[in-house]
Design a protein around this ligand. Structure first.
Ligand code: SAM
Length: 271
């Protein structure tokens, strides 16, 4: 529903997680809101199947971003949400995965709340959970990983990637790197320098949960070369840790593999 432009109050903005790609992984609440929204601002990673759930009368605004290719700067996205909230009752800000996991959802919420806009959040399945389920790769597993850490593998152009390498080089924890494809060579080097075994299993999953999902299994030391050789592109998630061995057991014959991993099978130390 449209709002009067002269009214000083705002409609509601709901940050909605679209999940990792497969539309069946959308929450019921997300699907309902897409059918009810008066305006939807959506990102690059949202699949066409999910976009098809938006009601045909809604105003649709593309706010897609790519690495070093900001088609709409964050300030402009914030201002767009504010101005849509001025003229529409229900504005959905649709974000890939979960809005509060490397999605800048927190920044958007802060901006809007500071201006008196009411904001709600609908969580989505983050790509790490989607990838794990799709590949049969548990992120934690008794005897292999007692915890899981999510980190970003990106940094501002020209800046050094600063992460706590010593604490990340933990063989008992699964490390999930979002946005880490371009910098994975540096990431692997730093983890190895900090003491993580270069033979630690590592996987890259491109377009997880979609029809074009691809998986590359290698080791910490070799994954960068393998993903380069097989021309992996974003969105790709990287998983480092002993749980990657489990994928061999559970999904051996899927045909999704693009790298050799016999060496890993030989080394597998499953309980
Ligand atoms: C800006 S972050 C957004 C993360 C998102 N909010 C989430 O919860 O998954 C984008 C990164 O998420 C990861 N990603 C998102 N969707 C993915 C998918 N379907 N397959 C693999 N990685 C994905 C990639 O690492 C990508 O570079």
């Amino acid at each position: 529903m449209s709002r009067a432009q002269t009214d000083n109050t705002y409609g509601t903005v709901i940050l909605v997680g679209a999940g990792p790609g497969d539309p069946d992984l959308l929450t019921l609440k997300a699907a309902r809101l897409l059918g009810q929204a008066d305006a939807v601002v959506y990102d690059r990673l949202i699949s066409a199947d999910v976009l098809s759930l938006i009601n045909s009368n809604a105003e649709k605004v593309y706010a897609g971003k790519g690495r070093n290719r900001h088609s709409m700067p964050q300030d402009e996205i914030n201002e767009t949400l504010l101005s849509l909230a001025k003229t529409h009752e229900l504005v959905v800000r649709l974000k890939g995965g979960d809005p509060f996991t490397f999605g800048r959802g927190g920044e958007e919420a802060e901006f809007l709340i500071a201006r008196g806009v009411s904001v709600e959040v609908v969580p989505g399945i983050t790509s790490a959970a989607g990838a794990g389920a799709s590949l049969g790769l548990p992120l934690t597993h008794r005897g292999l990983a007692t915890g899981v850490r999510y980190v970003t593998g990106t940094c501002r152009k020209g800046e050094e990637l600063v992460l706590d390498w010593a604490s990340l080089a933990d063989p008992d924890t699964t490390l999930i790197v979002y946005m880490g494809l371009a910098n994975f060579g540096t990431i692997a080097e730093n983890l190895i320098k900090a003491g993580l075994d270069p033979k630690t299993p590592a996987a890259a999953i491109e377009n997880a949960t979609t029809k074009s999902e691809r998986l590359c299994v290698a080791t910490l030391a070799t994954l960068k070369a393998e993903v380069t050789r097989h021309e992996f592109h974003p969105p790709t998630l990287i998983i480092v840790g002993r749980v990657v061995d489990v994928v061999d057991q559970l999904k051996f014959a899927t045909g999704k593999y693009v790298a050799e991993f016999e060496e890993l099978l030989d080394d597998a130390a499953l309980p």
